[in-house]
Design a binder for this molecule. Sequence first.
Ligand SMILES: [Zn+2]
Length: 571
Amino acid sequence: MRYSRAFIPTLKEVPKDATMPSHILMLRAGYARMVGAGIYELLPLGTRVLHKIEKIVREEMDAAGAQELLMPTFLPGEYFKESGRWELYGPTLLRIKDRKGGEYHLGPTHEEIVTDLVRREVKSYRQLPLNLYQIQNKYRDEPRPRAGLLRCREFIMKDAYSFDVSDEAALASYQQMHDSYHRIFQRLGLEYRVVEADSGAIGGKQSAEFQVLAQTGEDWIVACDECDYAANVEIARRGPVAGAEPDPSKMLPVEKVETPNTHTIEEVVAFFGPDVTAAQTLKSLVYLASDEIVLAVVRGDHEINEIGLARQLGVDALLLASDAAVKEATNTEIGFVGPVDFGGRIIADPDAVSVLNAITGAGETPYHLKNVNHGRDYTAEVLSIRQATSGDPCPNCNGTLQLYRGIEGGHIFVLGTHYSDKMNATFLDEEGDSHPIVMGCYGIGVTRLIAAIIEQHHDEEGIRWPVHVAPYQVIVTPIGKDEEPLTKATEIYETLRDQGIEALLDDRSERPGVKFKDADLLGIPLRITVGSRGLKQGTVELKKRIEAESEDVPAADIVSATQAALAALRS
Ligand SMILES: [Zn+2]
């Protein structure tokens, strides 16, 4: 492509409202434009990247035996009504009425539609296993679409669905997708972790998220520095922690202090002055576990792992008590609750009980207690109930957990018979007995991955595409006013193209500085610079986007040098 003819509308200024690097760079480098809130158009460069990602996804899905199909995005409401998700999705589902008043919606995901297809067409165990996938636009009316392509209302997803005769067979299909996803994320040049996940609203049994590590990600995960263990902080386990009891000889007498307007840990720390940190305070939260009132106590700088707490209490769900419920149960306002003289079950984290001379709510508004110690002033059941964080021991090995931020790039689930039961999707076994089909589903946020790759691969100057997904592999940049560099650059460009290398020829009559800045902004992995001075010695410059220095290459060898450099970038 000749740059002078290419539609690459770059911007000099950082667009208003864009804060994420990927959002800023996709707009500045002319990859995308916003049409409405959470609705984007991909321009030619963005579309080339999209096609590169899609190609890798298709190759790996096909290699795993999955078959591509294309379901509609405009869907009759009856299928989601059958599964119950017409109600469950609430305002996130984009609903449409047709001219006859019929209820329709745009597809946020396609479990029901594909289950309907399979229940009509699959009758026998002989037709299973089956894995069907598509790459297609999806619609979710996000309450706060933001961050460019990371959270959109219209986006492109690869969604696959597996159908099997048994739980074991379904697990094998799940494992196969697990392996395929590893290959996809590796080929995309992403640093990522596979994370045990809560299956949330989809209602499954086993699931994993493929989290792309990025400073700007909205999910918090912990991952072991030694083994494969990784999990969302909400559900992460950690190795055993011995809650050492405080030393009685160092305990000071309890003091009650009037502390008006101190409802949060930050306010308490500010009130008690510069010598006090959140780690010396205790956070006490009142929960309703079934009908029981439970006080959960963690160190002030820690967060409660509510899912872990519910699991340890043996209940399905915990409810954080409302202001009114706390007042009724403790006669105290939220913020002043504490474990001393609490008239109910207390569960404290090992790190909380080992705090010496802690500051806690006094159980009376508006007071706090200083010098509270476990064993002397209150007793609690000691259970590990806080969220994991950096420095915690790994639950699976002797390694240490590190805290990361991640962007969810892929998500795989064993669905079991959740949808096939609701929609009566069955098959006949060898004996002619009917059984529900066992399902799995597997998503990849394709447009989101464009942004996630940029979040991981950029610098101050612009994007640094991994070569497999770059819109062009090489930009050929003639500089100077003479005719010769342009003639030579055009010749190199045409030879590269003949060799199957995707090249962009910067034939614009711009100053070298402008051309170099744009090449860096666009993020093309290799730049070949052709100037009069070099040509006098018979050389041109070859520069990798990820390296500061360029090298002089004999003009006659530039094509083989380019091929070698691309091969090095690919490995
Ligand atoms: Zn480990």
